[in-house]
Design a protein around this ligand. Structure first.
Ligand SMILES: [Zn+2]
Length: 257
């Protein structure tokens, strides 16, 4: 298998699960699944665990990324449910992430914090892999759906949703979508020298934009209502990711896992 999908809310219900393996890394354990979507096979990492029991702030992101690297899979598609800050992105829309702003507070967000290890400052000029992003772009285009190709993601700690004043601020910064899981996943993938692109599915309008209070059940329902489109896009994207990497994501190849 060349590709991994990391996903959570709703997406696990689109996928046929095969064998589940617990991978042990020096950052902890992660569950990985041999999975199938239509006629495509890939490594599936259920972000919140197979029982959907782990909250965004408590996910062991380092163990999940390290487990993928340990399985010798170098290309990852992250799928995340997001709130929209952009009135042009309504519930059910898809967005390909281009950049992010990190507002998380209490997460292990680097592999390079060992006092006896190397000091590494990883470049984030292009945070998401251009090849994976292009594959997602082509897949959305070929499915003839409307999507935002260059979304800016605001990564927040949670577990609470945002206040209206926060949403006004983040929108003024140029944020398009907001969520609790893409950061530090995207950071750790790059630190590990893996290719990582992200597909966001808008599950709700953010608070202050939405006329009603937000609830997690609405997030799951929105993802499931777009499930046919999502499955088609992921299937196409996995098939069109190049076999050989031509990007610069693999710079940090010396990471010891
Ligand atoms: Zn890449």
């Amino acid at each position: 298998m060349k590709t991994a999908i990391i996903a959570g809310t709703g997406v696990d219900e689109l996928i046929d699960f095969g064998d589940i393996t617990t991978v042990t890394t020096r950052f902890g354990e992660a569950e990985v699944v041999e999975a199938r979507l239509r006629d495509t096979t890939f490594l599936f990492v259920p972000r919140h665990g197979t029982g959907h029991s782990v909250a965004p702030g408590a996910i062991n992101y380092r163990a999940q990324i390290a487990a993928i690297k340990k399985m010798c899979v170098h290309q990852i598609i992250g799928v995340c449910a997001v709130g929209s800050l952009n009135s042009g992105l309504s519930t059910g829309s898809l967005a390909i992430l281009k950049d992010f702003i990190d507002l998380t507070k209490r997460r292990a967000d680097t592999f390079f914090d060992d006092p006896n290890g190397p000091v590494v400052h990883t470049d984030f000029t292009q945070p998401y892999c251009p090849e994976i992003s292009q594959a997602l772009h082509d897949a959305c285009r070929d499915e003839d759906i409307s999507f935002e190709a260059n979304a800016v993601y605001i990564g927040v700690e949670g577990p609470r949703y945002e206040t209206p004043a926060e949403i006004r601020l983040y929108a003024s910064w140029g944020g398009d979508v907001i969520g609790m899981t893409n950061v530090p996943e995207v950071i750790l993938a790059r630190e590990a020298g893996l290719c990582y692109g992200a597909l966001a599915i808008v599950s709700n309008m953010a608070s202050g934009i939405s006329p009603t209070p937000l609830a997690h059940d609405d997030v799951r329902a929105a993802v499931l209502s777009s499930s046919t489109t999502l499955a088609a896009v992921l299937d196409r994207a996995i098939k069109s990711i190049p076999e050989t990497r031509g990007c610069a994501c693999g710079t940090n190849t010396g990471l010891k896992l």
